[in-house]
Structures are given as structure tokens and as C-alpha cells.
Design a protein around this ligand. Structure first.
Ligand code: G3I
Length: 365
């Protein structure tokens, strides 16, 4: 970092104006890369932000896909392979094959990895859902966390420890915010969240530990409830490093303005926590237009770039053709396509890509 500060001091016209200190980010590869960054990861490095994407094991064989991924991104989340149903489909039977392939790919390409996710009600095998005894569930949760984190120790930069624990009456995050009634909440109470973080920290003192959720980035009930939950965790000394704002924008989730995102980030930063944007996509379903989408990509990226505690932006898919939204009816696309990402079906950069770069380099929309 010191070296970077020196370079910045010597080349003030070429350096980024608001580089943040993040000891985990490598220095930009060329001195003028902050003004005209050749890739997203170079633009991100200039702001102390890791730029991330997702990967499915089957995509590793697609050379065009993974070449672009490795060129543009320096942070990776397995899209599905580190979820409970894939890692421990049967009690005591662990299968790391697909996840290992993804982590090996990342390591070869000097990409950091976030495991996703240790405790979640979805993509959870039936045998866990069927447990009725609290002590048994606690043991099962501890064993899963210990085995999985132990297997990947030293190879994961971060873990989503608990995912989507908060529920509201609507998917846009409004109405009667509460803890979701999962098997974990029903048997162990709300404390299962603290428990999971403590179990995870016991396994690894160095890895980053995050709480991750959707529709927590706008001005809504869910964001307020999350803030109170985090405040309590910090007061109780629960070992949490930060929060992932999933940032699935558009139907059926919320639409967050840049100002709303910035406000939510700031109050979480004031608690001493880190924020990452963990699963960003902005879909066009429901008749939304590309100008709307481009402006939001710009403004939300800018909110992260201007917030010292915001350390990463992960997009949930590389190109439009590989987005999970294409096969999800809940997105509300009828004849139109979601087209929610930075690259089109042919892996060409879209204007959304340029707007993310513009926000990171300080250029106006
Ligand atoms: O791989 C099988 C394929 O063999 C089969 O033919 C096909 C038939 O439906 O299913 C394929 O598996 C699908 C898998 O994605 C791989 O694409 C599953 O059905 C499908 O349920 C699964 O969806 C994933 C979803 O989580 C499950 O909840 C999406 O890929 C994944 O992008 C999505 O990710 C979640 C995050 O984990 C948490 N936040 C929200 C986000 C979007 O829902």
C-alpha cells in the first residue's frame, strides 16, 4: 500500500482521486490504469474494490466464458456448488468435487473466493429440514460448518455464514419485517444466527464472515430491521465482518436508488462493519428500459466507490445468456428478456459495463 501511495503521489494526474486503503487489493498493474482502466478489476483496484462474478462448475469447460471471467474479475462466488445440498447431500456424506474445481480455477487465476453459503433455508437437503430436535440440529450445523470450512481453509477469502434470514410480507422489503421461520429459527430461535457466526469464527480466525440478504439496500422495512439486527450483533460481540447487499434489482425485488444504497451503507459502516455488493443484477422485466438500467448500474457502483467500507461488487452472472433470471418465472418477464448483466449473449461489453467503469473512474453518466 505504501508503494501505491508513493506512486500516486508521484503521478497525481494519473492516479485515482479517491483511492481507498484496502490491504487485500493488489496494486494496479500500470500507472495510468486508474484513468483508463482496461478491465473492471483494474478499475476496482483503483478504488479498493474487488470486482466479482459467479461460476458454475459446468462453465469451466467454456473457454470463452472463463477467459473473460479471469480477465475482468478478481473475486468469485460459486453460484451453487458450495451450498449445503451440494456439499452434504446426505448426512455425513460430503462431496467437494464441483466446488474444488471452481476453487482450483480461481486459485490458478489469482482470484479470491467467497464461499456461499453455510446456513440457508433454501437448497438445503430434506434430511436437515426433517430434524425436530434442537440439540441434534445444533450439532448438525456445527459439523457442517466445521467440515466445510476445514476443507476449504486457506483457500477461501470469505464466507456467507447466514443467508436470507429476514422476511417481510413483500419481496420488495416492506411489511412486517421478522425472522424467517426456517428449521434453524424454529428449533434454535433467533440466536441461531449468532451461533453460526461463532461456530464459523472458531474454525478460522482470518476468513471474512458475512451476513447476506436481498432487498436490504433501499429505504424499506427490511433494511431497517437488518440494521437493528446488526447493531445487536455488534453490541453482543458476535464475530461478523460485514454484510452482503445482494442487489437483485427489479421485479420482484426492490429498486434501490444510489442515494438509498449510500444511506444504508453509511449506517452499517458506522457500526464498524464492511459492506459488499454480493449478487448484483438489474433486470429489464416488467417493461423497464435500458437507460433506467444503465443509470442504476452507474449510481449504485458509485455509492460503493464513495464508501470506504464498501470492499467488493459481485455481479450474479457473466453474460445475459447465463443469468439465473432466464429460467426463473418469478422475475416477471413475459415476452421480453431480463438482460440484467454487463456482457451480452455473445460476451460483448454492454453500456452497463461502461457505466460501471464510469462510476469507478469518476466520469459522469
Ligand atoms: O443443474 C440442473 C440441471 O441439470 C437441470 O436440468 C435443471 C432443471 O431445472 O436444473 C439445474 O439446476 C438448477 C441450478 O440453479 C443450476 O442452474 C436448479 O434447478 C435451480 O434451482 C438453481 O437455481 C439457483 C438458485 O439460486 C436456487 O435457489 C440459481 O442457479 C442461483 O443463481 C440462485 O442464486 C441465489 C443465491 O444463491 C442467493 N440469493 C438469490 C440468488 C438468486 O436466486
Amino acid at each position: 500500500m505504501k508503494q501505491y501511495v508513493l506512486i500516486a503521489a508521484l503521478l497525481p494526474l494519473l492516479a485515482c482521486s479517491t483511492a481507498k486503503t484496502n490491504p487485500n487489493i493488489a496494486e494496479p498493474t500500470t500507472s495510468n490504469s486508474c484513468q483508463t482502466p482496461s478491465t473492471l478489476k483494474v478499475a476496482g483496484e483503483c478504488k479498493g474494490i474487488m470486482m466479482g462474478n459467479v461460476l458454475r462448475q459446468q462453465q469451466i469447460a467454456n473457454v470463452e466464458h472463463v477467459t473473460l471471467l479471469a480477465e475482468e474479475f478478481n473475486y468469485l462466488t460459486p453460484e451453487n456448488a458450495t451450498k449445503w445440498m451440494h456439499l452434504q447431500p446426505e448426512r455425513g456424506v460430503f462431496d467437494y468435487g464441483k466446488a474444488d474445481e471452481i476453487v482450483n480455477f480461481a486459485q490458478k487465476n489469482k482470484i479470491k473466493v467467497k464461499g456461499h453459503c453455510l446456513v440457508w433455508h433454501s437448497q438445503l437437503p430434506q434430511w436437515v429440514d426433517d430434524i425436530t430436535d434442537p440439540d441434534e440440529l445444533k450439532t448438525v450445523m456445527e459439523t457442517h460448518i466445521a467440515q466445510v470450512m476445514g476443507h476449504f481453509k486457506g483457500r477461501m477469502y470469505a464466507w456467507d455464514v447466514v443467508n436470507e434470514a429476514i422476511k417481510t410480507d413483500t419481496d420488495v422489503g416492506d411489511g412486517n419485517p421478522r425472522m424467517r421461520k426456517t428449521v434453524f429459527q424454529r428449533l434454535l430461535g433467533d440466536e441461531y444466527i449468532d451461533m453460526a457466526f461463532k461456530m464459523a469464527r472458531k474454525q478460522d480466525p482470518d476468513v471474512k464472515l458475512y451476513y447476506n440478504d436481498y432487498s436490504i439496500d433501499a429505504d424499506n422495512d427490511k433494511a431497517d430491521y437488518l440494521y437493528e439486527m446488526l447493531k445487536g450483533m455488534v453490541q453482543r460481540g458476535v464475530p461478523i465482518d460485514g454484510v452482503g447487499f445482494q442487489m437483485h434489482i427489479g421485479t420482484p425485488n426492490n429498486v434501490a436508488t444510489g442515494a438509498e444504497v449510500a444511506k444504508n451503507m453509511q449506517r452499517i459502516a458506522d457500526l464498524g462493519l464492511e459492506i459488499i455488493i454480493s449478487e448484483m443484477d438489474i433486470n429489464l422485466c416488467g417493461g423497464r428500459n435500458e437507460a433506467w438500467q444503465q443509470a442504476l448500474y452507474h449510481d449504485i457502483t458509485l455509492a460503493c466507490a464513495e464508501q470506504p467500507a464498501c470492499s467488493a461488487i459481485t455481479f450474479w452472472g457473466l453474460n445475459d445468456g447465463s443469468s439465473w433470471l432466464n429460467s426463473w418465472e418469478g422475475a416477471g418477464c413475459k415476452t421480453e428478456k431480463p438482460m440484467p448483466l454487463l456482457f451480452d449473449n455473445k460476451y460483448q461489453k454492454k453500456q452497463t459495463y461502461e457505466e460501471v467503469i464510469n462510476a469507478l473512474t469518476g466520469r459522469e453518466l
